[in-house]
Design a protein around this ligand. Structure first.
Ligand SMILES: [Zn+2]
Ligand SMILES: [Zn+2]
Ligand SMILES: [Zn+2]
Length: 333
């Protein structure tokens, strides 16, 4: 048992990169973690899934529930092992010249987006795919009202290689007291792109080029971007220019949910039920900088090696043009 177990999470600054690290030791004892040693256990008798209907009491009480009480279609529950928790103000303390830390205050929620256990976003019907996105929008609005939450990261981890701790379809929302480095870099990218919006321009250029388009319609474009890092990476961009997901039009939100479903179904049709991460990027809550909200689909087909870790430069062995050709031909619309 770790000496730090049960201690609140802490943010620590890496002075080499200027990026923050969260030290959340409570998570190492997560009972359902897919750590390497536990993988074999998955084939044996399983504990009841806390996200399945009928086991709602084994997860903390819902913060939000959509659909009827006994017939819910989406639930938002607090994460039992939060990486960010509490409302202590973001005060950076310096223990000497290189040890800077701050409380990892914030919110960590789980959203269970299907009643069925062995499914994924690729299996949602139109109504449910739309509901997931409108429910997410509601959470972003809620997080934006909490003092101290500067940015909310929404993710879905599907499959072991993507870091999923439970197989039941679910995602996570992490409300953080900082703007993380990845988002700050994207904001800088939008600012550097003088003239018009970077992603509006990407959408136009990809439509002109045509051969990296996977799906196009209903106000949403799905492409394998020109700069794809992982094989079969997809970028989902709503046509309507908006920086904040919390201000997105309900029709556009629902259309993004369906486009994700269709893109993921094509990915499965082409390469099988592979692990993937969905990463939603939107403006930090109180920023008004140039931005255009979007979703990254990052398949975990290829493991990340030392070169990628050391340089941040992925080596993609499937050209996005080749990936898009396969995905756009994969399944009938
Ligand atoms: Zn389940
Ligand atoms: Zn735009
Ligand atoms: Zn992004």
């Amino acid at each position: 048992m770790s000496a730090h177990e049960g201690q609140p999470s802490q943010l620590r600054l890496n002075p080499l990169t200027g990026r923050w690290v969260t030290v959340a030791t409570g998570r190492t004892t997560r009972p359902d973690d897919f750590s390497r040693e536990r993988q074999a256990v998955e084939t044996g008798p399983r504990r009841p899934c806390p996200f399945c209907p009928g086991h709602e009491e084994s997860a903390p009480p819902a913060l939000e529930s959509y659909g009827g009480a006994g017939d819910w279609s989406l639930r938002v529950v607090p994460n039992r092992f939060p990486a960010f928790a509490g409302s202590e103000p973001m005060t950076v303390r310096n223990l000497g010249p290189v040890f800077s830390h701050a409380p990892a205050s914030g919110i960590h929620e789980v959203f269970v987006f299907d009643r069925r256990h062995d499914t994924g976003w690729a299996d949602l019907d139109d109504a449910q795919a739309g509901l997931v996105m409108t429910a997410l929008r509601d959470r972003f609005e809620d997080h934006g009202r909490r003092s101290g939450v500067r940015y909310t990261q929404a993710i879905v981890n599907h499959g072991r290689e993507a870091g999923a701790s439970l197989t039941h379809p679910h995602g996570q929302l992490l409300g953080m007291p900082i703007v993380p480095g990845e988002v700050a870099e994207e904001e800088a990218g939008f600012r550097r792109f003088a003239g018009s919006c970077l992603l509006c321009t990407v959408a136009e250029a990809e439509r002109d080029a045509g051969h990296r388009v996977v799906l196009d319609g209903d106000g949403v474009l799905v492409v394998c971007p020109f700069w794809s890092g992982p094989p079969y990476e997809m970028l989902v961009v709503p046509d309507a220019h908006e920086g904040h997901i919390s201000r997105a039009d309900p029709h556009d939100l629902e259309a993004v949910g369906r486009a994700l479903r269709d893109g993921l179904a094509r990915l499965r049709g082409e390469v099988g039920d592979v692990s993937y991460n969905l990463v939603l990027h939107t403006l930090p809550h109180h920023h008004e900088d140039p931005f255009h909200w979007h979703v990254h689909v990052l398949p975990r087909i290829q493991s990340v090696g030392g070169f990628e870790q050391g340089t941040g430069v992925p080596i993609n062995i499937v050209a996005p043009e080749q990936a898009a050709a396969a995905l756009s031909a994969g399944v009938a619309v």
